[in-house]
Design a protein around this ligand. Structure first.
Ligand code: E4P
Ligand code: PEP
Length: 364
């Protein structure tokens, strides 16, 4: 990594100078370009093919050509490599076991949107100590995602800072735009260029129209300023992304996974002429941020699906090795979330198996 940074410094010596404007609020530090990092931590052709296949499987579920349930599950945020890989190995085994009725995709969330301030994720601060070594965070993220993909798991990730998506977009099979950014034109432009399906969450106030508008905006091509793979400012031309959908995550007024809210959302999607596929996030405002309530939300979604609500194609769970969450601090407990509380592995596995059984019994 240092060699990469030295090469960047040699090519752009000015960018290392601190500004001499005493009023300026920023100091710049160089980062590798997306192209350089992708070359340094490259994907084997077999992994690229696997990811293309996994994206297509997810598209098929969204389009109704594959009747399995899409399940995006994993930690609220990734904060250490060992527990992420430990989780991934367990998830892969479970994914194989339930493959007839479900497609499990691992949440590998490395950027966190904060309500005010807080730790912003592995990419920003891989040492969790405020040192913000983003060059290292980007490299660790790529290595981790590559290793998880090598286990055969599809990866889900929220894309928050549009500039960072280019460092990892080749590794992701399903992308999320979060409740705090769905309304942003910049994020809609970003999604219009993504090579994978993407879910737009409803807003934090519970409003679904922002997500429907986002789907309408991102299926069109856009021209917008950004950076090319070599890090040069460029006018980017996107083709538009036809594979977007709504994610219901509840809002300030409470949950929105009940039958009436789902029916209302399906009607609004139909009226707008966008994809009718809906994923329910069993966490966040749908569980009142109490991880132990996620199975109740899951149960209700499966009940509706088994009653014929075909728009419900997916669910999301925040799940880690251990239940709950912990504050950031010196001695972190292994496998416990440092952001939102998660359902522990034993419960997660149990509930996924129960759902698989219910789905399988119904289809025979
Ligand atoms: O899923 C994550 C959180 O809900 C989101 O990042 C906001 O977190 P915060 O309110 O703790 O900042
Ligand atoms: C931040 C997340 O969700 P939301 O945008 O719904 O708050 C998340 O899923 O990690």
């Amino acid at each position: 990594m240092n060699a990469l940074l030295n090469a960047v410094e040699a090519a752009h010596p000015d960018s290392f100078d601190q500004t001499d404007d005493a009023d300026a609020a920023i100091v710049s530090q160089p980062l590798p370009t997306p192209g350089a990092l992708k070359k340094a931590i490259a994907l084997e052709p077999a992994i690229k093919e696997q990811i293309a296949h996994q994206r297509q499987t997810i598209r098929n579920i969204l389009n109704g050509h594959d009747s399995r349930l899409l399940v995006v599950m994993g930690p609220c945020s990734i904060h250490d490599r060992d527990s992420a890989l430990d989780y991934a190995r367990r998830l892969k085994e479970l994914a194989n076991e339930v493959a007839d009725s479900m497609v499990l995709v691992m949440r590998v969330y490395v950027e966190k949107p904060r309500t005010t301030v807080g730790w912003k994720g592995l990419v920003y601060d891989p040492h969790l100590d405020g040192s913000d070594n983003m060059a290292e965070g980007l490299a660790s993220t790529r290595r981790l995602m590559r290793d998880i993909a090598a286990l055969g798991l599809p990866i889900a990730c929220e894309l928050l800072q549009p500039m960072l998506s280019a460092y990892m977009d080749d590794l992701i099979s399903w992308a999320a735009v979060g409740a705090r950014t769905t309304e942003s034109q910049i994020h809609r432009e970003m999604v219009s260029a993504l090579p994978m399906p993407a879910g737009f969450k409803n807003g934090t106030d519970g409003g679904i129209q922002v997500a429907i508008d986002a789907m309408g905006a991102s299926r069109h091509g856009h021209r917008y300023p950004g950076f090319d793979d070599n890090g040069h400012p460029a006018l980017l031309h996107s083709r538009g992304n036809p594979d977007t959908h709504l994610v219901l995550r509840g809002g300030h007024q409470g949950p929105n996974h009940d039958a009436q809210s789902v029916e209302k959302a399906a009607f609004a999607l139909g009226a707008a002429g966008v994809s009718g596929a809906i994923m329910v996030d069993c966490s966040h405002a749908n569980s009142g941020k109490d991880p132990t309530r996620q199975p109740l939300v899951l149960d209700e979604v499966i009940r509706q699906r088994l009653n014929g609500v075909s728009s419900l194609v997916g669910v999301m769970l925040e799940s880690h090795l251990e239940t709950g969450k912990q504050p950031m601090g010196a001695a972190l407990r292994y496998g416990v979330s440092v952001t939102d509380g998660c359902l522990g592995w034993t419960d997660s596995e149990h509930h996924i198996r129960c759902v698989a059984k219910r789905l399988t019994e119904r289809s025979v």
